[in-house]
Ligand binder design. Sequence first.
Ligand code: AOF
Ligand code: ZN
Length: 354
Amino acid sequence: MAHALRLAERGLHTTQPNPRVGCVIARGDTVLGTGWHPRAGQPHAEIFALREAGDAARGATAYVTLEPCAHHGRTPPCADALIAAGVGRVVIAHEDPFDKVDGAGIARLRDAGIGVQVGLMRDAARELNIGFFSRIERQRPWVRVKLAMSLDGRTALADGSSKWITGDAARADVQRWRARSSAILSASGTVLADDPHLTVRLPEGEAFVPPLRAIVDTRLRTPAGAHVLDDSAPTVLFHADDASVPTHLSGVRRAAIRRDDGGGLDLRAVLHWLAREDVNEVHVEAGPVLCGALLAAGLADELLVYIAPILLGHTGRPMLNLPPLDDMASRWKLHTVDRRQVGDDMRLQLRPTR
Ligand code: AOF
Ligand code: ZN
């Protein structure tokens, strides 16, 4: 199963909106066939592994990181293919919550007399497709907020200048987190201040599906000629339903969102909209207002924080705008899921403790 998970990871940047899935067909210690799902529309992991194993699959064990499908989607059901190949046993890391599968793949295999075991390396399988599970189980994507700060917790000088906090290695690392995401979420404040491209730049030859650039732009302030409006990736602007549409944005994809009690856009509604568009993981790169609002609303699932060995002083801008706390008991608590050095910078991956 560990081997199957490593195979699945090869689809990290390319399978969206589909999950990353790997499959190993083995007899004892002998691997007979391997496969992974490369892209939506292409065959699923099991099909590649079965093709490689050929007749040897008869009576062998298939290790699959996600429950084999039972539906006719872009491809025919993998459960049927495993049955037809005469596989003797199927070991599955995680059930597929997708409503057209949702246990039907396991049931079909068992009905055919195949021994099925579920749950081997379940947590690792879940992590690999954390966005896919989030979209299907919660009808909202997994939200990862990327932040780059100085050692003293500042993200910019008082005048807003923020190039460059982190080093080359951290910036290249961020490109990989963007590439695995289905959408990059930002706000019009960042568009106006920095005019970012919000696209993925990976080394030549590395494939990825360009993430949707999703901009929270309540009053439709994105200027003509902004880089996020170029044709290098799709873009959507989220605005208040009472905002008037300037002519230079009339041809741009837009979504009207209701306001919340504070007058800002209802961020939960934004995330539901993205989930309906099959967005699994959202990568947030924005200022302290949007990032703070996501955290305060309980919508930030993960923080990815790069800490640079620099000091910007107390007049620099803070990382997050959060409502004031009355006492230490109400402090925000996070737990660290990963910490590592990236070039000269430190990277922390944290999740709010619920
Ligand atoms: C599998 N093996 O390798 C993958 C599965 O549109 P389709 O036909 O590609 O189906 C997509 C759905 O199939 C996806 O939402 C998920 O439920 C399942 N993905 N299933 O047996 C695979 N990638
Ligand atoms: Zn399948």
